[in-house]
Design a protein around this ligand. Structure first.
Ligand SMILES: NC(=O)c1ccc[n+]([C@@H]2O[C@H](COP(=O)([O-])OP(=O)(O)OC[C@H]3O[C@@H](n4cnc5c(N)ncnc54)[C@H](OP(=O)(O)O)[C@@H]3O)[C@@H](O)[C@H]2O)c1
Length: 239
């Protein structure tokens, strides 16, 4: 592809999202780093611009459908295309809570962010990808989405990530003739704010740049690459 490739990444101000932005910029993408906090998002984009060039900040809270539509309109007006969407933003509200102890409203909150946000972004971006007959969408999932990996902790997160897997498979089917590849990925156990103190102290948890490797590989798949699949890093896994 000769044209400048454009990548939109959600939750790009820190953690794995920040590293995804860095690595895509290093691969010559024009990166649109989105974040809901303007000061932190702008600071992250400025830092990456100093390192590797083409990173632009755009504000985006993924729970706000109007903000999603405005973002896609602005990017379309400026660049005319979105080649890559990385749905990275996510929340983990009940990491250490047993299922029966949570308020049911917590499920609504988690689903509203992780599931509705991911779906609304796909819905807003796919028509542009279809028009350009090119697209790669990467949905950040988790090992804990798998039904054979369940324990009694983190019910809202498990529900959210399992639903993201469903969105991945269903939408991949819907766009299978449009050269749009949609996959879900577990980035691994990563030393970020979400990974928390346990990840920071663990010899097996990985650095954010390693967590970004799988998502970035899926964002740059060739036309004959997989779609509607689940990966652990760069390795395909059963759902
Ligand atoms: N770390 C791990 O071990 C691990 C393992 C498996 C999967 N994952 C997944 O990988 C992704 C990134 O995780 P991480 O570890 O980098 O987490 P993190 O450090 O907690 O970062 C999460 C990012 O999501 C953003 N975010 C949350 N709600 C948002 C909203 N409504 N609108 C826009 N942005 C929002 C946060 O923005 P603010 O700074 O504004 O809060 C932040 O940028 C998540 O989807 C997570 O579930 C992580």
């Amino acid at each position: 592809m000769n044209q400048q490739r454009i990548a939109v990444v959600t939750g790009g101000n820190r953690g794995i999202g920040f590293e995804i932005c860095r690595q895509l910029a290093q691969q010559d993408f024009q990166v649109v780093l989105t974040a809901r906090n303007v000061a932190r998002g702008q600071a992250a984009a400025d830092q990456l611009c100093q390192d590797s060039g083409k990173v632009q900040f755009q504000p985006l809270d993924i729970t706000d459908v109007q903000q999603i539509q405005d973002l896609v309109r602005r990017v379309t007006e400026q660049f005319g295309r979105i080649d890559v969407l990385v749905n990275n933003a996510g929340i983990y509200l009940d990491q250490h809570q047993a299922a029966l102890t949570i308020a049911p409203e917590l499920i609504t909150q988690a689903v509203n962010t992780d599931v509705c946000g991911t779906f609304a972004l796909c819905q807003a971006v796919i028509p542009l990808m279809q028009a350009n007959r090119y697209g790669r969408i990467v949905n950040l999932s988790s090992r804990t989405s798998r039904l054979d990996q369940m324990n009694n902790l983190g019910l809202t997160y498990k529900i959210s990530k399992a639903a993201i897997n469903v969105i991945t498979v269903v939408l991949a089917q819907e766009v299978k003739d449009d050269n749009i590849l949609i996959n879900a990925v577990n980035p691994g156990w990563i030393k970020t704010d979400m990974g928390g103190e346990a990840a920071q102290q663990s010899p097996t948890a990985q650095a954010p740049d390693q967590g970004a490797a799988g998502p970035v590989w899926l964002a740059t798949l060739p036309d004959d690459g997989p779609s509607g699949c689940f990966f652990n890093g760069c390795s395909r896994q059963p759902w």
